[in-house]
Each structure stands twice: as C-alpha cells, then as structure tokens.
Design a binder for this molecule. Sequence first.
Ligand code: AMP
Length: 448
Amino acid sequence: MQFSDFGLDSALMSTIEHMGFSEPTQIQQQAIPAAMAGHDLIASSKTGSGKTLAFIIPALQRLNKNRALSKRDPRVVILTPTRELAKQVFSQLRLFTSNTQYKAVLILGGENFNDQVKVLQKEPEFIVATPGRLADHLTQGHFHLNGLELLILDEADRMLDLGFSKELTQINNAADHRKRQTLLFSATLDHAQVNDFAKELLKKPKRVAIESAHTEHEDITKRFYLADNLTQKEALLQHFLVTEKSQQIIIFTATRSDTERLAKLLTEQDLNAVALSGELNQGQRNQIMDSFSKGQHKILVTTDLASRGLDLINVSHVINFDMPKHTEEFVHRIGRTGRAGTKGDAISLVGPNDWLSFKNVEAFLQQKIAFTKVEGIKVKFKGLKPKKPKAIKAKDNVVQNKKPVANKPRKVIKKTFLDIEDAGAMKIIKRKKLTPDQIEDATKKEQD
Ligand code: AMP
C-alpha cells in the first residue's frame, strides 16, 4: 500500500513525499482511512510505529475538505501526557502546517501563561497541549471549544495514569457536540480506565489494535544483567561504554540525584554526558534536549522524564541503570532506540532493589528473561525468592477483647537476601496435649 492510495489532497501528499515516506506504516494503513471516513478511533500501537502521522494526516485532510464550524475556535486539539511528547508531535505537525494558512500552537505547563494567552488570541486552528495547562486556559475563558472538530488523545493511558482524567473530562465536555470526532491512542488497550474513558468520550469507535506494548519490538535487542550493588552497576556501565559500538546513548536512572551523580562521573572521565532532571526549569530542559538532539552530547542521563517523545535516529543504546517503577515505562524507555527502522540495543541492570520491577517487566513482556554475564565481573546476586504468603492462624481471625499490647522494638538482624531462610522449610515441633494423669505424673517428677 502507498500513501497515494488514501486519496489525500495534493498539498498533503507533497509534504509526505518531501519527508521521504512512500509506504504507510501498519498503524497508518488502518487508522488513516478509518479516521478519514469520520469514525471515532481507539487505537493501540507500539512506540515508534508512526502513530503521530496516523492522526496528523487525517486531521489535515479533514480541515482541507470541510468548512470550519467556527471562525474563532480551534478546529483540532491534540493532547499528550508530557511536554516532551507534545513538542515532538508539534514538530511533526509544523512540517505540514508551515506552508499553509493554518496556525498551530503549543501550550505546555511550566511556560509563561500570559504569552500563551496572547498566542490563543490569534485563534489557531491547531492546539497541541498538555491537559493541565490547557484546562486552565479553558476555565479562564481564553478560548472555547464549541467549534472543535477533532479531539486527539495521544498516549491516553499515560494521561490517565498521571491523573489527568478531570482535565480530560472538562475538555471533552466543553467540546461535546454532534460533529466532533475523537481519536484515542494508547500504548495498551487492556487498561481498565482507558476503556471506561473511551466509553465516555467515543461514539461507536473503530478499534485499531496493531501491536500492543507487549509485542516484541524486533529492531531492539534487549539484554539484562544482574548486579550486586551500585558499585557493580557502575562497573557494568563502564564496561558497556568501552566495549559497545555506540552512537548516542540514553541512560535512565531511578532518581534525580543519581542522574546528576552519574553524568558528573562520566564527564570526569571525558565522556560527553549531560543530565536532564525534573528540577531544571523548562528553559533548561529544552536547551538540554535540543543540544542532545543536535548530537552535541553523546550521553543523556535522565529519569523517566525523557522516556517518551524523544525521537532520535542516532540513539543506538538505551541503558536502564535502574529498572523503571512503572512497568509500561520500560517499553517507552527502550522505544527511544530502534526508531524508524534502525537497530537499537536496550541494556537493563537488575540489582536487589530492581528485582520486583524486573519481575513485573518479565510478566508484562510475557516471556522468561535470561541474564547475560560480563567476563571479569563476578555477581553474587541471583534474584530474590518470592515471599511465601504468611499462613493465617484461626485465632487471628477472631476479634478478641484484649487490650492492645504495645509493640516491643524488634531486634534488627542484618541479613542479605541470600541468608533469608525459607520459613516454609523449617520444622514445626508440636507439643502433645497431656491428660490430667500425665500432668500429675510430670509434676511429681519435677518435684522429685
Ligand atoms: P512515531 O511513532 O509517530 O513517534 O514515529 C516514529 C518515527 O517514524 C518518526 O521518526 C517518524 O517520522 C517516522 N515515520 C512515520 N511514518 C513513517 C512512514 N510511513 N515511513 C517511515 N517512517 C515513518
């Protein structure tokens, strides 16, 4: 199938050709005709699959073909969970709108509110935004959604996970008219809240499920390494930085402080690394993202802040220095490599603190993961045994009229996970119940 088969107007076709794309990706093949036919959509597809164009193309086609419902209101609103993803979507949209009469604006949290008011007064056709800030402007009447034709929710699952359901409902209600079309994209469709939300927002939606987040991304090779502790993780990292044939690398850590510490450590070793963490202001974040995108740094050390939205062909490696707390974040992190048909490597380090997250990722990917070893780095950690559920004693279920006994401070015995004994394997010595005669005998013996 070719893009030319969709019957798109010529201006749109020439931009697509200019971008160098001839064949639509799988999600584009299914989503574009369904959206062009006016259906609401609920669509899932893996990260990096081309889903942004799967909604941008039908949106532009709709605007080109139909008269606006209102001259003042935005015609298309695209909502994304993070500022980084919003910028990514906006930059793709700009490729299509820059030669047209359409105005597209980006409205993000953390940026100057009054500047955004001025931008909204220019009555743009397209708004790309994060939901919190857009809802604020809506509440204050800086724009209206009576003429909205297309509401697009990108990574709806993540928006709901981040707690934006109130804002999404507000935006939905402000634009709830007969002619509105809604396209909902989500990494996964087996997300209870997404399904409930879809029922509220979508009218008779077509379901497009190409590949779920569980599906293997064949361009990304995943490797997992065990590590005893932080020092060993650092030794493994050094090893990869020396031995892997790499272009740009993104390293994900669990905390901001680790992000900065690691970036400093790498810089001291003359490696061109930069840290991106949440405590930087938006301007600083933009600057770091920009310079990394331009290839001015080889290594970006970050938290989950950059796990979505970065679309760089040159990222050959993603290294999970710590495993992500939220399982789906794993798919988004590793999706920063292997973009648009290139090959990528995803390396994950698993220490005792990562074990639970690792097991969740293993269950999520629905596969048994084997660990790779590095010669010369001896790792004792072999994983944690699952805890056996504590047996509930019958008397625990009986509510007794006893006064609560103050908890005695427990003696802390330092044990490594390897020392932990399996309580289930311990012998339980049961005392026999004695008869009154036996008790008398025993007492006599003791007195003797
Ligand atoms: P996305 O999943 O929207 O983040 O897109 C991932 C990457 O695929 C981006 O770099 C797009 O420019 C690229 N892309 C989108 N559509 C196509 C296509 N039909 N053929 C090749 N690459 C594409």
